[in-house]
Design a protein around this ligand. Structure first.
Ligand SMILES: C[C@@]1(CC(=O)O)C2=NC(=C\c3[nH]c(c(CCC(=O)O)c3CC(=O)O)Cc3[nH]c(c(CC(=O)O)c3CCC(=O)O)/C=C3\N/C(=C\2)[C@@H](CCC(=O)O)[C@]3(C)CC(=O)O)/[C@H]1CCC(=O)O
Ligand SMILES: NC(=O)c1ccc[n+]([C@@H]2O[C@H](COP(=O)([O-])OP(=O)(O)OC[C@H]3O[C@@H](n4cnc5c(N)ncnc54)[C@H](O)[C@@H]3O)[C@@H](O)[C@H]2O)c1
Length: 213
């Protein structure tokens, strides 16, 4: 499997199953698009503001819901494996399907949800090809400290990149300057302290040093 970033803006994510797993998936996709959770019962937990529809689902009703919602992604997270199979079969071939219960049941369009960290525009995801989700979760926790501040560094070096592109500077020199700023330990320390001014000042100094040298 190859990781790709998918934009769900304006799209619907349809989640079948309102247990702890369905709730986690609903929270995960809540900011990305419109999330609808259909389930016979709901765990007493946060569903990220998703719309919750209480209903017992069978294969016919699943087909009807899929046709009505036309989701970009279907998350299959009930504890009824036969129903999960039927939902997967009912999904259109162009619809992405995430099977929370049986990653072995892969077919065309199957997707896995990785453990994910975000800092501003920066995304870091970990997956184990469905071998050990606990390892994905463990590594995500380990990486957290490394990724902290990355959003600020990305924004500051992104602005530098755009700025240098406007100036008559050779691409190799520009790339060297942007990389030097992204590699600078002080820039990261300031970013982790949330000191935007210091980040900008350091990026400017490192750039002048690199371009001047
Ligand atoms: C990463 C994460 C993302 C998320 O869902 O948000 C995620 N599972 C997480 C937690 C977690 N999952 C499980 C435990 C208990 C410990 C254990 O069994 O390991 C823990 C708790 C923990 O350790 O914290 C059990 C489990 N998971 C799956 C099955 C079914 C099976 O394998 O048959 C079973 C057995 C159920 C049973 O035995 O009854 C299946 C999948 N779980 C995946 C993702 C996909 C593969 C990702 C990869 O390639 O690694 C995949 C294939 C499908 C999918 O759901 O997309 C999220 C961590 C979020 C975070 O904290 O960052
Ligand atoms: N992907 C993961 O990370 C992960 C982790 C743990 C468990 N699982 C697997 O994912 C599945 C869901 O896990 P869970 O802990 O949320 O289970 P759960 O039993 O707590 O929740 C299942 C939900 O499905 C609903 N449901 C069952 N049959 C239904 C029907 N016919 N119509 C409508 N709703 C129906 C139930 O009402 C319940 O809300 C299980 O198969 C479990 O083995 C996956």
């Amino acid at each position: 499997m190859i990781p790709l970033l998918h934009d769900f803006d304006g799209e619907t994510v349809l989640v079948f199953g309102g247990g702890p797993v369905g709730a986690r998936k609903a929270r995960r996709f809540a900011d990305a698009g419109t999330v609808l959770v259909v389930s016979a019962s709901f765990a007493g937990t946060d569903f990220g503001g998703a719309e919750q529809v209480r209903a017992a689902v069978d294969a016919d009703y699943a087909r009807e819901l899929l046709a009505r919602c036309d989701p970009a992604l279907v998350v299959v997270a009930t504890d009824d494996e036969a129903l999960n199979d039927a939902i997967q079969e009912a999904a259109d071939v162009t619809t992405l399907v995430n099977r929370a219960d049986r990653p072995g049941a892969r077919q065309q369009g199957s997707v896995v949800v990785p453990a994910t960290l975000r800092s501003g525009p920066v995304t870091v995801s970990v997956a184990t090809d469905a071998t050990s989700p606990a390892v994905s979760r463990h590594l995500r926790e380990q990486i957290e400290g490394i990724v902290e501040g990355a959003g600020l560094v990305a924004k500051a070096t992104g602005a530098l990149r755009a700025d240098l592109r406007e100036r008559p500077i050779a691409p190799e020199k520009r790339q060297k300057a942007v990389s030097a700023a992204a590699d600078h330990p002080g820039v990261w320390t300031a970013a982790r302290d949330g000191d935007l001014e210091e980040v900008r000042d350091l990026v400017r100094t490192v750039t002048e040093d690199t371009l001047g040298g």
